[in-house]
Write a protein of this length. Structure first.
Length: 184
């Protein structure tokens, strides 16, 4: 099935929204590159393949739903206790999910073709809203794409340990792959 003009929805039931981090610093080999999944999120879209500028998208992510799915690299494998500690740190010390429960995105401009399009929009994290650009494509009834987010632009200080010898890069990659469901 190909996507036709109209309203569509997507979320954790139809796809995945992943955040990928990478290590840097002198102690980088001690840490892990992480794949974190948003397990509760929802997207709403109005799509007009004939006129991409008339299309729009909104996404809301439950910030407390981020779960570590994979950790690669490192001296030792990532344990379940490590995953739990990382998730707690993200909720309590990085995203402060008690005060900032949602991460939001609202498109401001869409251009291109269904096979390759660009979505400019406003990303809200920690009460700070900044512009971001997504690259995406429609294949059948699925939308896939990615964006690079620079954490410090939203006031997030990338995680560091061992007096700064091990730290995460400021840039994180956000990837999404979701099936679209037509809204009647």
């Amino acid at each position: 099935m190909d996507v036709r003009a109209g309203s569509w929805t997507a979320g954790q039931e139809t796809g995945r929204l992943l955040i990928k981090t990478a290590r840097t610093g002198l102690g980088a080999k001690a840490g892990h590159d992480l794949t974190i999944e948003a397990t509760r999120w929802h997207a709403g879209m109005t799509i007009d393949p004939a006129d991409p500028a008339a299309s729009s998208v909104t996404v809301e992510v439950d910030a407390a739903s981020l779960q570590v799915r994979q950790g690669t690299g490192g001296v030792k494998p990532l344990t379940d206790a490590d995953r739990a500690e990382i998730e707690k740190t993200v909720r309590e010390k990085i995203l402060h999910t008690g005060r900032n429960p949602a991460i939001t995105f609202r498109s401001t401009r869409i251009e291109g073709t269904p096979e390759s399009f660009r979505v400019d929009g406003d990303l809200g994290i920690l009460g700070v809203t900044r512009p971001v650009t997504l690259q995406a494509r429609l294949t059948g009834d699925r939308v896939r794409g990615s964006a690079t987010i620079v954490q410090s632009q939203w006031g997030i200080r990338p995680y560091s340990a061992f007096f700064g010898a091990l730290k995460l890069r400021d840039e994180v990659e956000v990837e999404f792959d979701a099936g679209l469901i037509a809204v009647p």
